[in-house]
Ligand binder design. Structure first.
Ligand SMILES: [Zn+2]
Length: 113
């Protein structure tokens, strides 16, 4: 599963970060998941919960924030909330639109012990 391998990557990143800081544990990790990133936030969170045991993240508070999808219409320049990648413009119904937000998947902060 896609979310599962992302969870392992996040643990890997956290472990390298802990080593760099000579820390044994991470106390908090914040991750942003965009609604249009292709990552299912709930599935990712469950996957992460499964793999944190016995990792540097076992003590960490995991904060996952979702970023809403935003699009800008190519035809009329309207910026609108985009719930999926293939959404049409709510004003003029044209397609496609430029995705201006919600594609991110990233670790925004790590607090080491
Ligand atoms: Zn439009």
């Amino acid at each position: 599963m896609h979310e599962f391998s992302l969870a392992l990557e996040v643990i890997d990143l956290a472990r390298r970060e802990a080593e760099k800081n000579q820390a044994e544990n991470i106390l908090e990790i914040s991750i942003e998941v965009g609604d249009l990133s292709g990552v299912e936030a709930d599935a990712f969170e469950s996957a992460l919960e499964l793999v944190v045991k016995d990792s540097v993240l076992h003590k960490a508070a995991i904060v996952i924030s979702r970023v809403a999808g935003k699009g800008i219409c190519n035809a009329c320049d309207l910026e609108f909330d985009m719930h999926h990648r293939l959404a049409t413009c709510p004003q003029c119904r044209s397609f496609p639109s430029i995705i201006s937000g919600g594609e991110e998947f990233r670790v925004v902060s790590l607090v080491v012990e």
